[in-house]
Design a binder for this molecule. Sequence first.
Ligand code: GLV
Ligand code: MN
Ligand code: MN
Length: 435
Amino acid sequence: MSLGTHPSHGSCSGESGGMRAVARCGLLAAPPYSQDETGLFRPYLSAAHKATLATVALWMQQAGMSVRQDAAGNIIGRYEGIRPNAPALLIGSHLDSVRNAGSYDGPLGVMLGLECVAYFAACEERFPFALEVIGFGDEEGSRFPVSMLTSRAVAGLLPHAPQDMVDTQGVSLSQALEQFGLPLRNFVQAARPPQDIVAYLEAHIEQGPVLEAEGKAVGVVTGIAAQYRFLVRITGFAGHAGTMPMSMRQDALAAAAEAILIIEQTAQQGAQDLVATVGSLSVSPGAPNVVPGDVSFTLDVRAGTEAVRNAAVEQIRMALAALARRRAVTVDIVQQQDLASAPCDEALTQHLGDAVRQVTQEPARQLVSGAGHDAMVMAALAPMCMLFVRCEKGISHNPAEAVNSTDVETALQVMVRFIENYAGSFGTKTEQMAG
Ligand code: GLV
Ligand code: MN
Ligand code: MN
């Protein structure tokens, strides 16, 4: 990388871009970019999301990009290639968060994309492809019952407007979109034609402990685990807590407690990459003196392959059916989401590994991602690859999430090197723009 400074923004040394990315994630973790005062929560289509888009749009412009918002509420910055209207290398991640989130899950990948462009704009370097940076609006699914709505829209996986689902406050997706100035019927217009996108790159914190344990700043992802989401409803019979003999109860919560332990044991006894989580539960009527009659809980099951995941779900279904008979309750399991496992593109992953080796002087550590990412959906649109950044103690989905700025600087250098190497593989030399 040559040295020099852009008059308005980034530095052509690439230095301190990583620090700025970290600082910006910190800024986005508090109001007005968070809906909650006491911890970060930025649900899709909230006022906090809107405020975030305005600020990210400004940063994208400062980095040298033209900016637009698509029909699904994604923000997209574009830095033209050598020739105008060239297909784009898309770099991105998500801007929404879980409740009481950490600062880096999602925004770090967007900020790093932005820093790549700031660097190339400062160096006046363009490629045979355009660079686009995308901040997806919904990856976590923390507002509506499904996740990755917005990357699915971009990847063209929603041939029709999505089902008009309702959030926990009773606000429908169509109302929330309308308030954002986005009609539901236009949602599918966020789809990109495959010929517009040459590849997708996502940088993300690892959200696990492997890189830290092995003393590596970054790692290269080989694939993303398959996911299922279900809503499980157990119906028993509500009764008086003082008068209903224990032998006559159809206690939905006690049945749910047993079901949750069965789910946990199934995953503990299964393949090493199998995980199953009950993350949210609601009890009705929910009073100290009433035997619970109705319980619903979410079930998230993941594994590296569909075969392992599906076999575990079959085992859980059979065990819960037996439990229902034994406890005289009914158990309904409704599938809400099925995300296929996504292998990363081999050639891109090789380029990314080469870039890691060039920057760190060490071979790249390869990892499978148990966490879901927009990349797994974008794989349907374009070849994709992912870079992981070490995070402290592997903690994520927790306000204690932390990264080291030096690691983020390393990630930025790897991404810059990857883009340059990838451009080289296009067979066309990159051009220095005239002053
Ligand atoms: C997203 O963070 C997911 O893996 O569910
Ligand atoms: Mn997350
Ligand atoms: Mn994430």
